[in-house]
Design a protein around this ligand. Structure first.
Ligand code: R1P
Ligand code: URA
Length: 236
């Protein structure tokens, strides 16, 4: 394949910055572009998966929706890395808390991403694989959060293929293993980045708790998780 790719309508690769924020929700991408970027220019509308490039504190940065699930982020991150030269991919997502100490709006950073998906089977590995974040981005994100006075919870997250699980207690077995929270994309993002030798990180905000059953609204998930956005933008 050459550019433009099947899913991103950009004819020149330098339209997209080397650092791209990837919220699952394309409207969260639009919110970030409109509220945080200077001079944002929209570069993608294919499938309404909005993508924008602008600057943040003078540094070039892009933000684009990844869609929900590993199949979707697998496509977008692959095209960004292999056809548009993207080097730093930072997911900014929502997650469901597995641990009782995590409250709504708390920030979780995925140092590693366990998964129930079969995504790694393509690599034919003689064992299991531990999808892992870039230590460089992870350390920088933790330092930025500390400077801003934002608490972050760093650890293992679960990237699940299933939002509505037939086994209502499945999450408890991951929680027992110390997994902090569930989302649906990080493992595929980390595998694509690890395979290509580029950097990836996942920063999440707790949108609901499987422990307490508290939850935020869809509007809050689109626009209110600004602390993680600030941390991610500072990584440019
Ligand atoms: O808020 P986003 O980034 O989409 O992340 C989470 O929300 C979606 C499910 O509601 C999944 O994509 C999950 O990973
Ligand atoms: O994947 C997700 C994302 C947010 N909340 C959940 O419970 N699951």
């Amino acid at each position: 394949m050459s550019i433009p790719t099947a899913h991103i309508e950009v004819k020149e690769s330098d339209v997209i910055a080397e650092t791209v924020l990837l919220p699952g929700d394309p409207l969260r991408a639009k919110f970030i572009a409109e509220n945080f970027l200077e001079n944002p220019v929209q570069f993608n509308t294919v499938r309404n998966m909005f993508g924008f490039t602008g600057t943040y504190k003078g540094k070039k940065i892009s933000v684009m929706g990844s869609g929900m699930g590993m199949a979707s982020i697998g496509i977008y991150s692959y095209e960004l890395i292999h056809f548009y030269g993207v080097k730093n991919l930072i997911r900014v997502g929502s997650c469901g808390a597995f641990q009782p100490n995590l409250n709504l709006y708390d920030i979780v950073i995925g140092m590693s991403a366990s998964t129930n998906s079969n995504y790694a089977s393509q690599y034919n590995l003689p064992g299991s694989y531990a999808p892992t974040a870039s230590y460089t981005l992870l350390k920088k994100a933790v330092d930025i959060a500390e400077d801003k006075g934002y608490d972050v919870n760093v650890g293992n997250i679960l990237s699940s293929d299933i939002f509505y699980d037939d086994d209502a207690d499945a999450w408890k077995r991951w929680a027992k293993m110390g997994v902090l929270a569930v989302e649906m994309e990080a493992a595929a993002l980390y595998m694509n980045a690890n395979r290509a030798g580029v950097n990836a990180l996942t920063i999440l905000t707790v949108s609901d708790s499987l422990v307490t059953h508290e939850q935020t609204t869809s509007e809050e998930r689109q626009t209110a998780f600004t602390k993680m956005m600030e941390i991610a933008l500072e990584l440019a």
